[in-house]
Design a protein around this ligand. Structure first.
Ligand code: IDP
Ligand code: MG
Length: 151
């Protein structure tokens, strides 16, 4: 089953949106398989955002992500990567679809509340940056067959 990394970034935590963001992923039918709440150090932040090194917003992005605690999670489900990106909305909140988290709760790209892996390949890399294999919990959910059932 596909897995994807989600971060509730410091603005999401500070604004008290942790429960709302988790609720939306649960409502969608995605399954939580790992979570941790932490203050990120610069080394982890740089590893996670290595692809953006050299961009004009890079220094600010590292400062933002290390400024206050965040919640890192792994969510699982059929096409979890695409489903979670859709639930988060486009990077720029003013371009995010109505009903998405970034549309409904954010205005600026520098305060867009969440991170979600953008491909299955990157999800695997990002999950390994944030979690040890033994921290990912494989569990049976009573509703699985009603959410993931194929006819
Ligand atoms: P994503 O989070 O939707 O995958 P990316 O392009 O990978 O978007 O950018 C990573 C993060 O960097 C964004 O979520 C946002 O927090 C920040 N960011 C991206 N572009 C800008 C910008 O132009 N100004 C400020 N911050 C930006
Ligand atoms: Mg990205």
């Amino acid at each position: 089953m596909e897995q994807t990394l989600v971060l509730i970034k410091p603005d999401g935590i500070q604004r008290g949106l942790t429960g709302e963001i988790i609720k939306r992923l649960e409502n969608r039918g995605l399954k939580l398989v790992a979570a941790k709440f932490l203050l990120v150090n610069e080394s982890l932040a740089k590893k996670h955002y290595a692809v953006h090194e050299g961009k004009p917003f890079y220094a600010g992005l590292i400062k933002y992500i290390t400024s206050s605690p965040l919640m890192a999670m792994v969510w699982e489900g059929p096409q979890a990567v695409a489903a979670v990106r859709q639930t988060m909305g486009a990077t720029r909140p003013t371009e995010a679809a109505p009903g998405s988290i970034r549309h409904d709760y954010a205005l600026e790209v520098g305060r867009n509340l969440t991170h979600a892996s953008d491909s299955v390949e990157n999800a695997k890399i990002e999950i390994s940056i944030w979690f040890k294999p033994e921290e990912i919990v494989s569990w049976e959910r009573a509703t699985d067959a009603w959410i993931q059932g194929q006819n």
